[in-house]
Design a binder for this molecule. Structure first.
Ligand code: ZN
Ligand code: ZN
Ligand code: ZN
Ligand code: ZN
Length: 110
């Protein structure tokens, strides 16, 4: 049975990868009739490593080399696609801003 793995990536995009069964391996990497899919959420479990790399040209997280400062709340050195900064807004919440064109590159090593 072939399985389409849908990875949630660190940058908040998703990427797909086929896990081919023996039957389709021999027939030239075309998924067989018995297909299933699975969503692999981030962080990627060890058995699903390596996660594919995000190839989207609009991926700002990749463009900033994975370290960025949030343009919303000012949190610096985010290392995942979604801002982890805390905000007081009626109650304490996390910012959850996804890296966008207005966010700036963060410095590594802090
Ligand atoms: Zn198969
Ligand atoms: Zn991405
Ligand atoms: Zn933020
Ligand atoms: Zn932003």
């Amino acid at each position: 049975m072939c399985q389409l793995l849908i990875y949630d990536l660190i940058c908040c995009h998703s990427s797909q990868k086929w896990d081919y069964c023996a039957e389709s391996q021999t027939s030239g990497r075309i998924p067989c009739k018995h297909q299933t899919f699975k969503v692999v959420s981030y962080p990627t479990p060890a058995e699903f490593e390596p996660a594919p790399i995000c190839h989207r040209s609009e991926c700002h997280f990749n463009r900033l080399d994975g370290v960025w400062n949030c343009c919303w709340c000012g949190k610096t050195h985010n290392t995942t696609g979604r801002c982890s900064g805390g905000m007081m807004y009626y109650e304490y919440t996390t910012c959850d801003h996804i890296c966008c064109p207005f966010c700036k590159r963060g410095d590594q090593g802090f």
